[in-house]
Design a protein around this ligand. Structure first.
Ligand code: SAM
Length: 283
């Protein structure tokens, strides 16, 4: 049996492919990382797997052996040809040739779960790094009927996604993740695990979607606008940053902080999700 390195070199040569940097193409060649990623995703025949950016099909190959159905979403038509040739004999395989950000995932998951009598939907991917955040935000904000998201991302992004408020890498997305899911670090991935090797280290993380958010708010949209506006101007205090954004007047926000007994010089990254939720409901 070929290992992932040999398989990747064979496919790149056979189809005369060079990686397209602008599509974030870094192909996985590390067998133990591949195994650990697949094992972390905990896949069974009752699962519908959505794989984003299958590339040459390295993870796809493993997913097809374990899942009830695998739907891959890929933008590069060169990869579509390869995937078709490699996996056309699998009855549980489907390709969508499209930009993942344009796919109606809600409909896709609903129809496929129903039609194939599958219990859970899970996302597994070695994500294209140039659009990691938009993809993760789409998966979370569209409130999809999925159980887990197991993805390879840049290490720094992994740290931001799994950070707790007040930690160095806390960002607006840290709170979104906390609101929608529980985030766990799974596998450290050295640069040499890919061809071509990216400039940064990577990590596999798993997001386990919550059935209910940990805080209740009257207006979710307002909560996330508030969080985003407080991180737009990171060097400013929460009070100055948010009132500059025009979301709420400085006086109103000052009084709200006073009422909640929060120091008016606090920075956004030091607020908890609960405090953001309370402020959001009061402004
Ligand atoms: N899964 C493969 C692997 O692990 O070797 C390839 C991963 S590579 C990091 C990212 C893949 O995402 C590439 O195949 C790239 O063509 C694809 N991709 C890039 N932008 C995309 C988009 N907007 N929608 C779907 N796929 C995309």
């Amino acid at each position: 049996m070929k290992n992932a390195y040999q398989e990747t070199m064979f496919l790149l040569n056979k189809y005369n492919i060079t990686a397209n940097k602008s599509l974030g193409q870094n192909f996985l060649i590390n067998d133990s990382v591949i195994n650990d990623t697949i094992n972390s995703a905990d896949i069974s025949r009752e699962d519908l797997i959505i794989e984003i950016g299958p590339g040459l099909g390295t993870l796809t190959n493993e997913l097809l052996e374990k899942a009830g159905k695998v739907i891959v979403i890929e933008l590069d038509n060169r990869m579509i040809n390869i995937l078709n040739e490699r996996f056309c004999l699998y009855k549980n395989f489907e390709i969508i040739h499209e930009d993942v950000l344009k796919v109606d995932l809600k409909k896709l998951i609903k129809e496929n779960k129903e039609n194939n009598n599958l219990k859970n939907a899970k996302v597994v991917a070695n994500l294209p790094y140039y659009i990691t955040t938009p993809i993760i935000m789409k998966l979370l904000e569209e409130k999809l009927d999925i159980e887990t998201i197991t993805v390879m991302v840049q290490k720094e992004v992994a740290k931001r996604l799994t950070a707790k408020p007040s930690e160095k890498l806390t960002g607006a997305i840290t709170y979104s993740v906390q609101y929608y899911c529980e985030a766990i670090e799974k596998v450290e991935v050295p640069k040499e695990s890919f061809i071509p090797a990216p400039e940064v280290e990577s990590e596999v993380i798993q997001l386990i979607l919550r059935k209910e958010s940990p805080v209740k708010v009257n207006d979710e949209d307002k909560l996330f606008k508030l969080i985003k506006s407080s991180f737009m101007q990171r060097r400013k205090t929460f009070l100055n940053g948010v009132s500059n954004s025009g979301l709420v007047s400085k006086d109103k926000l000052k009084n709200t902080l006073k009422e909640l007994q929060i120091d008016e010089n606090i920075r956004g990254e030091n607020l908890t999700l609960e405090q953001f939720a309370k402020i959001s409901d009061m402004i």
